[in-house]
Design a protein. Structure first.
Length: 569
């Protein structure tokens, strides 16, 4: 189709992957370029990039026929505009959309890429072909992320989720980039930073949610909320709640109605009013202005969205008490647990041994929900440690803590010292430990003192550090455990690709990246085999007139021991 199509595809894939990772969706996108001939005189009716991939023209034989059916069944095509150029442009866009949907259906119906979801751009004419950029993602992975059911509301596109809008924004930019001379000749084919892509996606999704609430959209609610939450009031950071719904909503109970609604873009006024909200009463916003205070009786109402402000410069978009998007300092991301339970359980069991992980997790959840910083020390020898640190702590009779106990006791300086069964022995513990060249200078004293203590403590211990800024850290942060078979399979996959008579460049790069991602777990023999095959392939490329890409040699990690492997017996 054009000279740089392979580079364009690779670069677009990198940008899509990076944008998804930035919002917390660690997915592996597959990118295709599919061009439909706009001229009957062209050699091929359909062109596909990659040319030697599993998808062939035969798999797309029915796309144009199916696109015609989708187009004819679309009620939007029956709408006529009196201005002929506008009418033709609208009809052309509707057909492009129909062809994109038919293309996605055709790809999803094959098993070439496994069980996937497909998205296709509207298309751009280049080299005589209408080219669609297609993104494929594993269905199970993308379906597990929070999203709404439908992307259309009252004939308007409103989107389903932040991750869907990130994909859509990348596809829109891919179409625009194909209008430029020699697309793919440069490195940044989407012509945008990751922050610009995800920011645009967050704005689009937020606008769609306002439209779903049945209200008129005025201004940019995403930017208005970012500005409001970044302001302090009487030296205090923002906190509070906002409901997005109209004043006539059947589930709404209005407590106070303002004589004059306050436009959402009046940031200082909205920030001041946010102080009047609490856990039961929120500001009421119709999408453009705040008109009062109140609450909804029916939390399951499909057209009610809420914004919670948990901390300074941070807000989260909720629907039915389900978090859809979290925005911090203007950057949107998907909701994610601040501390992964599986990682916590695995770390406790590996460091301090058998434990009552359910009771321990209850304490961690209470500390997280307390609204202030706290440090929890889970010690294998809590009684002995309490005695050793008695001069710099408050000892208590061994006691099982309730959630309210954790919230109260965590307010004082120092840590809570508990044993592996969640029995507390001391509060307000000032942790000791000598500096050993470890820590993070960008973090506060609570985190760094926890790192020092964990490394120097006479008994094995796991610490959970809840910072005032809302972050939660697990100390130590251990690498996950794997089976030796998993590591061997990753290495063998690379060996098979690199040893083929004709090495396929994309498979080679992906399998090598997978090996490097598992580099910590490799033994000396595995490192040697991978290094030799990688160097041989780079030498072959260089002697064939290509570029040699140098990578640091893989070496066995001195910290690797049997504790990082799961017993398969």
């Amino acid at each position: 189709m054009w000279a740089y199509q392979h580079i364009f595809r690779h670069s677009a894939g990198f940008d899509v992957k990076r944008a998804l990772e930035s919002i917390g969706a660690n997915l592996e996108p597959e990118i295709l370029l599919i061009g439909f001939a706009a001229d009957d005189n062209l050699r091929h009716a359909v062109c596909i990039e990659p040319e030697r991939g599993p998808l062939t023209q035969a798999h797309l034989d029915s796309v144009l026929e199916r696109a015609a059916v989708i187009f004819d069944e679309d009620p939007e095509t029956s709408i006529h505009h009196s201005h002929r150029p506008l009418h033709d442009r609208r009809q052309r866009w509707l057909y492009q959309r129909a062809r994109a949907l038919a293309t996605c259906e055709a790809i999803e119906s094959t098993d070439l890429y496994g069980h996937v979801r497909a998205w296709a751009s509207g298309s751009t004419l280049i080299g005589g072909y209408d080219v669609h950029t297609v993104v494929l993602l594993g269905a199970e992975e993308i379906d597990s992320l929070p999203c709404l059911d439908d992307e259309m509301f009252d004939r308007q596109y409103v989107g389903r989720s932040l991750q869907h809008e990130v994909i859509a924004e990348c596809l829109r930019r891919a179409d625009r980039s194909l209008y430029l001379p020699d697309p793919g000749a440069g490195l940044n084919v989407l012509d945008a930073t990751t922050e610009e892509i995800v920011g645009a996606a967050g704005r689009t999704f937020m606008r769609g949610c306002i439209v779903r609430s049945g209200e008129m959209l005025a201004g940019e609610p995403f930017d208005a909320l970012c500005k409001v939450t970044s302001l302090s009031y009487e030296r205090a950071g923002a906190a509070g709640n906002i409901l997005f719904l109209g004043p006539e909503h059947s589930s709404l109970t209005t407590v106070i109605t303002f004589e004059r609604a306050v436009p959402l873009h009046q940031s200082r006024a909205i920030r001041k009013l946010l102080e009047t909200t609490d856990t039961t009463t929120a500001l009421l916003c119709d999408g453009s202005a705040v008109y009062g205070l109140g609450y909804v009786a029916d939390d399951d109402s499909p057209d009610v969205f809420s914004v919670a402000v948990p901390a300074h410069a941070t807000w989260q978009l909720n629907h039915h008490e389900r978090e859809l998007m979290r925005v911090s300092y203007g950057l949107p991301e998907l909701p994610r647990p601040l501390l992964d339970r599986a990682a916590f359980v695995d770390t406790v069991q590996r460091v301090v041994g058998p434990a009552d992980v359910d009771r321990l997790w209850t304490i961690i959840e209470a500390a997280t929900a307390s609204g202030h910083g706290a440090t929890i020390v889970v010690s294998a020898e809590a009684a002995a440690e309490a005695a050793r640190l008695s001069g710099q702590s408050t000892l208590i009779r061994p006691n099982e803590l309730t959630a309210s106990d954790v919230g109260r006791l965590g307010r004082i300086d120092g840590a809570l010292l508990i044993d592996r069964n969640a029995v507390c022995f001391a509060v307000g513990v000032i942790l000791d430990g000598a500096a050993q060249g470890v820590g993070d200078p960008s973090r506060g004293s609570r985190f760094n003192s926890s790192v020092r203590y964990q490394m120097a403590a006479p008994a094995p211990a796991v610490l959970v550090v809840v910072s005032d800024d809302g972050t939660i850290d697990l100390v130590p942060l251990l690498r996950r455990r794997v089976t030796r078979r998993q590591v061997s399979e990753v290495v063998q996959r690379f060996v098979d690709v690199a040893s083929a008579d004709e090495v396929e460049g994309e498979l080679f790069a992906r399998s090598y990246d997978a090996v490097r991602a598992s580099a910590f777990y490799l033994d000396g023999r595995q490192c040697e085999v991978v290094n030799e095959l990688y160097a041989a392939e780079q030498d072959r490329r260089f002697t064939s007139g290509g570029l040699r890409v140098m990578q640091a040699r893989l070496e066995p990690n001195s910290q690797l021991d049997d504790s990082y492997f799961i017993d398969e017996s």
